[in-house]
Write a protein that binds this ligand. Structure first.
Ligand code: DON
Length: 320
């Protein structure tokens, strides 16, 4: 498909889906996110040559929030090995909200159901390589920056806003500490977790990360393996089964792409190569990043989800 056609379609589909922002609202429980402009909807798709296709509000910067969870999982597996990580967190969906305490309480043996819920992500963040919060944060940043090719920054306002209101996450961290699942003290574990959530990203960088995951940890632009195929495989399984929380089943059914959402309104999606229907776009796979801050009851961008659904249906992206 010609690039002009791809741009045209994306532009059209963004406008088709913009009204779905009415189906959600910006996350209210993190004060710094509550006042985001709810009508925004932007997308970036990156192909294997590094060419990007953008439409809508695509110059935005937003915080990673829960999207950081899949990246920290990948980073921890890369540094410490899959066995080490899967010993600490399981790979099962919960059927509860992302910040629920219930699954952790009832799951035996006592470890978080998966690394994409808060309990699992706090555990993973605390175990990143490094002895201190600063060291762990630096190692994580270097890992991500290695993938996108430049430095990232923390959104201090979002960090502080979340730090002050993280009562439930603090409670979760105490549970985790009691179960010997943290590599840090409670306040430190919370600190590293909230820092990762407050890292600022743009659509192009997020699409690049999606592209690398889609290609099994291989960066097709720089032509180098960043993390192993095995780690990428488990990451994609987690994205499909848990990445959109309690809508993961519906998302798999109607969109069918490994994806991870965040409450700031971002979605990271990885479209693996697909060799049939050669007349359709992005047959060699691509990374997709979407941003639209109005989120639904499950914590997923409302319009972002619908836009991905339309794109996937039109270009037959589903892996199923
Ligand atoms: O811990 C929290 O509640 C947020 N920092 C992240 C939650 C989140 O993004 C859930 N995703 N949809």
């Amino acid at each position: 498909m010609r690039s002009e056609e791809v741009f045209e379609k994306l532009k059209q589909w963004v406008e088709d889906n913009r009204s779905h922002t009415m189906l959600g609202e910006p996350a209210q429980y993190i004060p710094a996110l509550a006042n985001q402009d709810r009508d925004q909807l932007g997308i970036c798709i990156m192909d294997i040559d590094g060419d990007t296709y953008m439409a809508g509000e695509c110059d935005v910067k937003f915080t990673l929030q829960s999207i950081s969870k899949i990246i920290s999982f990948v980073a921890l597996c890369h540094f410490k090995g899959l066995d080490f990580v899967l010993d600490k967190v399981d790979v099962e969906p919960t059927g509860e909200s992302f910040n629920s305490i219930i699954p952790f309480e009832i799951h035996r043996p006592g470890k978080p159901f998966n690394p994409l819920i808060n309990a699992g992500a706090i555990t993973v963040a605390s175990m990143l390589p490094g002895d201190t919060v600063d060291e762990k944060y630096e190692r994580f940043l270097l890992f991500v920056e290695g993938m996108i090719g430049h430095q990232l920054e923390l959104d201090q306002e979002v960090y502080e806003s979340e730090w002050k209101t993280a009562h439930r996450n603090r409670a979760l961290a105490y549970y985790l500490k009691e179960s010997n699942l943290l590599d840090l003290d409670v306040e430190e574990a919370l600190d590293i977790y909230i820092r990762l959530c407050a890292i600022c990203i743009n659509l192009k960088d997020l699409a690049k990360i999606g592209l690398v995951i889609a290609h099994d940890g291989y960066d097709p632009i720089e032509e180098r393996q960043i993390f192993s195929h095995d780690v990428a495989r488990i990451a994609k399984v987690l994205m499909v089964t848990c990445g959109m929380y309690n809508s993961s089943g519906k998302f798999a059914a109607h969109v069918g792409i490994p994806a991870k959402s965040g409450v700031s309104g971002g979605i990271l999606a990885s479209v693996p190569p697909k060799w049939h229907s050669p007349e359709k776009a992005f047959r060699k796979g691509c990374g997709i990043a979407v941003f639209s801050p109005a989120i639904d009851v499950n914590g997923n961008s409302a319009a972002g989800t619908m836009l991905l659904r339309q794109i996937s249906e039109e270009w037959d992206f589903s892996i199923f």
